[in-house]
Design a protein around this ligand. Structure first.
Ligand SMILES: Cc1cc2nc3c(=O)[nH]c(=O)nc-3n(C[C@H](O)[C@H](O)[C@H](O)COP(=O)(O)OP(=O)(O)OC[C@H]3O[C@@H](n4cnc5c(N)ncnc54)[C@H](O)[C@@H]3O)c2cc1C
Length: 409
């Protein structure tokens, strides 16, 4: 088998697609990343809990200075490496060790601001990252893959990676039988941020500051909080570490996702008016009215501009399939409910392992399709059990997968 650089087409410039791109470039291959959005900063969530799956994948795919930037802009370490559940007066009900490999090492992986991580992952890709470029389909033959974009243009490469998220166009063609199950917005799903001021730190019990914490009451209301308190000020970190990179400023904050009061309709994002965030915030306040006073204070301080909703959903992953030059990573392969904080970690792990296999093929150590098959087998073995766990966990804390899909919002 000959050794040669590959040209890899990547549908989707989210976390997994960008990580694949960084890793392949690091190994001397070329890439084209097609991202549907023109604006890479669309609201998709704020704080991402990271474990060693995601963190070590980043160490593997990023150049050393960009990895150092990730570490510097991640949150300071917390005391307990556990998922903690509190009652409505913020006493502890239960805890369990975080799923996935623990956060060890000199600078343990903790959590990042999603937009910052995406900016780091986009760094230095230049023209290889094409925004406003939606993939609509592909054709595959014995020598390569040709991808088609919404504007009718095409591009040809050795491999196509579907990193285009839960409603992947690549998966729709590659594995058309995979269903997507929408679960709507119920327990949690409306998100926002509260600036982490010294005053807020005084008011909020320390139990709420340790990683991602869920508080619950007997009526079924839920509040999830995650504190982002970076090791270094985000926009200043590149100066010493990677001066060619620009990161948007982001101050310390508490990410909050809170139930709305029973009877409150959460309209789809497209139907929000200027009043919607304030109405939802007020409804959240009613949902936590009898709670520890800090709960109402947190909701009251939620920045209206930051409030948005994410309708949760998941897919039922395909059991197995014969490999080809077209493969899938991250949510495109195994989108899961977000309540155990594993989706991004597994998406990054997929990227690391796919890069490793494609690099083997590029060096002539394995056939291209066989290498992709080895990646896919490992991905199914590692990611699928976590996917199954999210459904179980969601019965207690999540966005409502327990409710029948037929009555999902
Ligand atoms: C509220 C919330 C909180 C979460 N918290 C955590 C957490 O703490 N820890 C964790 O590990 N995970 C978390 N997750 C899960 C995590 O966000 C996802 O698993 C992760 O973003 C998946 O990355 P991805 O690159 O596979 O897909 P995405 O991030 O969805 O990226 C897909 C990209 O493809 C683009 N795209 C879509 N269609 C096309 C097309 N046809 N052509 C071109 N581009 C296209 C999209 O615009 C997008 O940029 C959370 C998810 C949510 C919703």
């Amino acid at each position: 088998m000959e050794s040669r650089p590959l040209h890899v087409l990547i549908a989707g410039g989210g976390l997994s697609g960008l990580a694949v791109a960084q890793g392949l470039v690091r190994h001397g291959h070329t890439v084209e990343v097609f991202e549907r959005d023109r604006d890479l900063n669309r609201k998709q969530g704020y704080y991402l809990h990271m474990n060693a799956f995601g963190g070590e994948a980043l160490r593997s795919v990023l150049p050393a200075d960009l990895f150092a930037l990730y570490q510097a802009t991640s949150r300071v370490t917390y005391d307990r490496q556990e998922s903690i559940v509190l009652h409505d007066h913020f006493g502890e009900l239960s805890s369990q060790p975080h799923l996935g490999p623990p956060n060890r090492g000199e600078v343990p992986h903790t959590g990042v601001h999603r937009r910052t991580l995406r900016q780091i992952l986009s760094a230095r890709l230049g023209d290889a990252l094409r925004v406003g470029a939606a993939v609509t389909g592909y054709t595959e033959d014995a020598d390569g893959v040709t991808v088609t974009l919404a504007d009718g243009s095409t591009s040809r490469g050795d491999v196509l990676v579907g990193a285009d998220g839960i409603r992947s166009a690549v998966r729709a063609q590659r594995l058309p039988e995979v269903p997507v199950i929408p679960t709507g917005v119920r327990g949690i799903g409306v998100y926002g941020r509260v600036p982490l001021t010294p005053e807020l730190r005084e008011i909020v019990p320390t139990a709420l500051m340790d990683g991602v914490v869920i508080a619950v009451d007997r009526a079924g209301s839920r509040m999830l909080v995650g504190v982002f308190d970076p090791r270094q000020p985000v926009h200043e970190a590149p100066r010493e570490i990677a001066p060619d990179v620009t990161l948007d400023p982001v101050g310390p904050y508490m990410m909050v996702s809170c139930s709305v009061a029973p009877g409150t309709e959460v309209p789809p994002s497209a139907e929000w008016t200027a009043e919607t965030p304030a109405l939802l915030r007020e409804s959240m306040g009613r949902a936590v009215a009898g709670w520890h006073p800090a709960a109402a204070e947190i909701v009251r301080r939620m920045d209206l501009e930051s409030i948005f909703m994410i309708p949760f959903g998941y897919l039922i992953p395909a059991e197995t399939w014969a490999p080809s030059r077209v493969t899938l990573v991250g949510d495109a392969a195994h989108a899961m409910l977000p309540t155990i904080g594993m989706g991004a970690n597994l998406a990054l792990r997929d990227a690391e392992h796919l890069v490793g296999q494609l690099a083997r093929a590029g060096r002539g150590e394995a056939g291209l399709v066989a290498a992709i098959g080895a990646y896919e087998q490992d991905m199914r073995e590692v990611a699928y059990p976590f996917h199954a766990m999210t459904l179980d966990h969601d019965k207690n804390f999540g966005g409502g997968a327990l409710a029948k899909a037929s009555d999902a919002g």
